[in-house]
Design a protein around this ligand. Structure first.
Ligand SMILES: *[C@@H]1O[C@H](CO)[C@@H](O)[C@H](O)[C@H]1NC(C)=O
Ligand SMILES: *[C@@H]1O[C@H](CO)[C@@H](O)[C@H](O)[C@H]1NC(C)=O
Ligand SMILES: *[C@@H]1O[C@H](CO)[C@@H](O)[C@H](O)[C@H]1NC(C)=O
Ligand SMILES: *[C@@H]1O[C@H](CO)[C@@H](O)[C@H](O)[C@H]1NC(C)=O
Ligand SMILES: *[C@@H]1O[C@H](CO)[C@@H](O)[C@H](O)[C@H]1NC(C)=O
Ligand SMILES: *[C@@H]1O[C@H](CO)[C@@H](O)[C@H](O)[C@H]1NC(C)=O
Ligand SMILES: *[C@@H]1O[C@H](CO)[C@@H](O)[C@H](O)[C@H]1NC(C)=O
Ligand SMILES: *[C@@H]1O[C@H](CO)[C@@H](O)[C@H](O)[C@H]1NC(C)=O
Ligand SMILES: *[C@@H]1O[C@H](CO)[C@@H](O)[C@H](O)[C@H]1NC(C)=O
Ligand SMILES: CC(=O)N[C@H]1CO[C@H](CO)[C@@H](O)[C@@H]1O
Length: 549
């Protein structure tokens, strides 16, 4: 403790002598603000001894508790986080550095299983107390990289694959997440807790999962960088599934740099998820793509027909998008307008149909993939083995809030009468692959000889989801202070309102994450839009409170 204090004092002295030029700060200003700190700053302090991983865990845990009653971002905190952090601090003191995230606390979405004291429930009481045979592969990779898994973040229950009339960010087990940019803000979903927690610094960052929008959309409204990787870049082994053809795990972080470090730690082949065996090797170090000039000479397309349903509330997004296009041109890119999706109308008809091809793919995959997940459990207190079992449990367990929140998605899947081994599934999958691929993103890239497409993130997720393609979203703007408040129909959450952020998406072909990260970084470094809007609520605890106490 004494030596820690001395290190702190030495750092203060250095700061006053060499860094600080204007008014004398209070002692706490030697520590970075956990609302905005990036991974490189946190690691520099771990290396210099200014703080430890245990300090970080204590500070972040206090921050979670400060805002939990309002924002409900976390379903559980890892009871072993302090001892894990202490062991990582000891390793560092002893010269063992596992990687660039050694000692850094992250949160993971509560559908990414860990074999420890934490539950993995997708927000359902049906899986409370269930046990897995090992960590999910992405959790194991985080631990191997020296990350402290601080806790599990709340989510739209079952990753938003249960109900037609529930709310984003609600789960039976975790309650309702709300966003930090406007009171009672819709946090979007389904990686809602990951988005809100990362945005206000309840950990360095978080992992989310996406089937169709669940990383991109909550990253957008919570003022974050989100990377939705190519399906098969990150393993889904022991992640509660929706669809093997569309699910993917990715980082939600405050900067492109932080997100790049985290993606490097979780990407890679895994025998337990054979989609990952198709990825090119070696796994890139995505931080090598952080190049300010990466838009120079790039060809970027705007598929205008992918922007639809415009009304007055959309105008601030479209205005910000036009400004973003100017930034991208000024950064040296050739921007090609009207690089439209050739099958957009057919895609759109499918997406809004009561039982479109995407619904068939997700329903049929869910029946098979959920059963496979449940089969792997080593403890299964509610004896659930199939979607039918989960539905029965949900219909009869009061805290699942049924029928107030229905199970329409499951009712439809169960009435389908087949799973993803059926020829009808294969037909539907061929259709979605075409709509997202040659009729969508890939067709536009090829026809206009483009490197990537851009869209406001509000319009970005669907086509890439259909075809398993990657997207990176980065802060682009936020609603003006006089924006009219729009609330959701059923649950009165604020969907549009003053200061609520929105993002810009870069879309590319399979395995193009390095390129997309480079473009997102070049845009972020020229705009710094995240810093222009502040949350209405944030925790007060800082590192000084745990170190100087
Ligand atoms: C420190 O490193 C040495 C040599 O690598 C190893 O034998 C020892 O177990 C380590 N101790 C701790 C506390 O990590
Ligand atoms: C996991 O759920 C059990 C109830 O089955 C609960 O007692 C326990 O506290 C939960 N674990 C954590 C870390 O919250
Ligand atoms: C993955 O494994 C499944 C089941 O073992 C098999 O049916 C499928 O063809 C494999 N897919 C790939 C891409 O290897
Ligand atoms: C950064 O990107 C520019 C434009 O593509 C390229 O010329 C340059 O070599 C890149 N720098 C590095 C360090 O890769
Ligand atoms: C592309 O789509 C936009 C918006 O629907 C439309 O106005 C434009 O005419 C289309 N351009 C081409 C070349 O199809
Ligand atoms: C599903 O895809 C097929 C083949 O492209 C198409 O004929 C059909 O209209 C699509 N279904 C819906 C509901 O759009
Ligand atoms: C999928 O359907 C096939 C054919 O009807 C059946 O044999 C298999 O048990 C089903 N699997 C699941 C998990 O429902
Ligand atoms: C959701 O739908 C169910 C079934 O139609 C209905 O009973 C319930 O009232 C609805 N809840 C809300 C909030 O609209
Ligand atoms: C907000 O202010 C801007 C600029 O003063 C104005 O153009 C816009 O119409 C206003 N919006 C609303 C919803 O009042
Ligand atoms: C860790 C934590 O605070 N969990 C809470 C999540 O929200 C539910 C429902 O509001 C609470 O019961 C948990 O205690």
């Amino acid at each position: 403790m004494v030596s820690r204090l001395l290190t702190g004092l030495a750092l203060l002295l250095f700061y006053f002598t060499y860094v600080r030029t204007s008014p004398v700060p209070c002692a706490s200003s030697v520590y970075p603000d956990l609302l905005t700190v990036d991974v490189e700053t946190l690691v520099a302090g771990l290396e210099s001894g200014a703080w430890t991983s245990v300090d970080l865990v204590k500070a972040y845990t206090l921050r979670i508790h400060e805002v939990q009653s309002v924002l409900n971002t976390v379903t559980e905190i890892n009871p072993d986080a302090i001892s894990i952090a202490a062991a990582l601090d000891a390793e560092r003191a002893n010269g063992t550095i596992r990687g660039p995230l050694h000692g850094i606390p992250l949160l993971i979405k509560n559908n990414i299983a860990t074999m420890d004291k934490m539950n993995n429930t997708a927000g359902s009481y049906a899986l409370l107390g269930a046990k897995v045979p090992r960590d999910s592969t992405v959790a194991a990779k985080l631990r191997a990289a020296g990350v402290v898994i601080l806790g599990k973040s709340n989510l739209s229950q079952w990753a938003n694959f249960r109900s037609s009339n529930s709310s984003s960010g609600w789960s039976a087990y975790g309650g309702q997440v709300t966003g930090a940019y406007y009171p009672n803000m819709d946090p979007s979903g389904s990686s809602s807790g990951s988005g809100v927690a990362s945005s206000i610094g309840l950990a360095l960052a978080a992992l989310g999962t996406e089937t169709d929008g669940s990383i991109l959309s909550p990253s957008s409204v919570n003022n974050l960088v989100g990377i939705k990787p190519t399906v098969g870049l990150t393993s889904r082994s022991l992640v509660i599934p929706i669809s093997e053809h569309q699910d993917t795990v990715g980082p939600m972080a405050r900067t492109v740099t932080d997100a790049a470090y985290i993606l490097s730690a979780i990407a890679g082949p895994d025998e337990n998820d054979n989609y990952t065996l198709a990825q090119p090797l070696p796994v890139p170090d995505y931080t090598q793509a952080l190049n300010f000039s990466s838009l120079r000479g790039a060809r970027i397309g705007i598929p205008r027909n992918g922007i639809y349903g415009i009304d007055s509330s959309t105008q601030p997004i479209l205005d910000a998008f036009e400004s973003a296009i100017s930034v991208i041109k000024a950064a040296g890119a050739t921007v090609v307008d009207n690089t439209n999706f050739s099958a957009f109308n057919a895609y759109y008809a499918d997406a809004i149909a009561p039982l479109g091809n995407e619904s068939i793919v997700l329903d049929a995959d869910f029946i098979s993939n959920l059963a496979h997940y449940l089969d792997q459990l080593t403890a299964n207190p509610n004896d659930v083995h199939s979607l039918a079992d989960i539905a029965r449990f949900t219909h009869t367990f009061a805290r699942e809030d049924y029928p107030e929140r229905d199970t329409a998605v499951w009712d439809q899947a169960l009435s389908l009468g087949y799973n993803n081994t059926d020829a009808r599934f294969w037909d539907a999958y061929q259709a979605t692959s075409f709509f997202g691929g040659q009729g969508g993103v890939l067709g536009a890239l090829e026809a206009f000889h483009l490197d990537a497409l851009i869209l406001p993130t509000d319009f970005a997720p669907g086509l890439p989801a259909y075809a398993g393609l990657p997207v990176v979203t980065v802060p682009m703007g936020f609603y003006p202070s006089n924006a009219s408040v729009v609330r959701s129909a059923n649950w009165n959450l604020v969907e549009i309102g003053p200061n609520i952020p929105f993002g810009l998406s870069f879309l590319g072909p399979k395995w193009s994450e390095e390129m997309l990260i480079g473009f997102a970084y070049a845009f972020e470094q020229r705009t710094h839009i995240r810093e222009k809007v502040k949350p209405y609520i944030q925790p007060n605890t800082q590192l000084s409170d745990v170190i100087l106490a």
